[in-house]
Design a protein around this ligand. Sequence first.
Ligand SMILES: CC(C)(COP(=O)(O)OP(=O)(O)OC[C@H]1O[C@@H](n2cnc3c(N)ncnc32)[C@H](O)[C@@H]1OP(=O)(O)O)[C@@H](O)C(=O)NCCC(=O)NCCS
Length: 188
Amino acid sequence: MFGRLRGNALFIRPVGPFDLGRLARLHRRCFSEPWSRADLAHLLAMPGAFGLIARLFEGGLAGLDAMRGVGFAIARVVRDESELLSLGVAPPWRRRRIGSALLRAAMERAHAAGARVMYLEVAVDNLSAQELYRAHGFERVGLRPDYYERADGSRVSAHTMRCDLDHAFACFEPSRGDGLNAPTDRLS
Ligand SMILES: CC(C)(COP(=O)(O)OP(=O)(O)OC[C@H]1O[C@@H](n2cnc3c(N)ncnc32)[C@H](O)[C@@H]1OP(=O)(O)O)[C@@H](O)C(=O)NCCC(=O)NCCS
């Protein structure tokens, strides 16, 4: 899975055993309550769980290729339902549609595995992520009071959002470039 523009290429592929360190470093750059390698290994070992990592090819120098990890998504499929467990893009690479590409790839993979809906929780004050999810067909369906604990000990509620995957994929025209090829329009 990849897209390309002006020499940069974004590759999204499943997380493998050798990606756990990279995934933990990326998670730490995205969240104030980071998940350790052990947490991530445990999560990804759960039945139906999968991780995706986005890496950017920045060109080779003297024969050395530069593949930079820039984002990730972690999700789980249980029968015909799925849950997005985490999504993050490293700060310098935000607003380039990489989050959209990862979300889309996670939705596609969950749908291909038989999920008809995807759920997620998002902090009520995380407006940027809510906007991203809305743009991909998620709607608010519930509120979980005091769901997250912040590093300073304060608590914040979360919206539960739901996306009908059958509907989401029926509505998108592949020719519009939604999904994996769209994000690279912003890469430079
Ligand atoms: C949320 C996150 C994954 C978005 O990744 P991204 O690659 O920047 O997202 P995209 O470039 O695909 O943005 C797609 C759309 O989401 C919305 N959006 C994304 N970031 C936004 C921001 N900072 N402010 C307002 N809207 C934003 C916009 O509608 C945007 O479309 P536009 O650029 O055409 O306006 C990223 O900001 C991040 O890692 N945040 C920290 C971790 C986090 O909050 N994860 C989600 C937990 S539920």
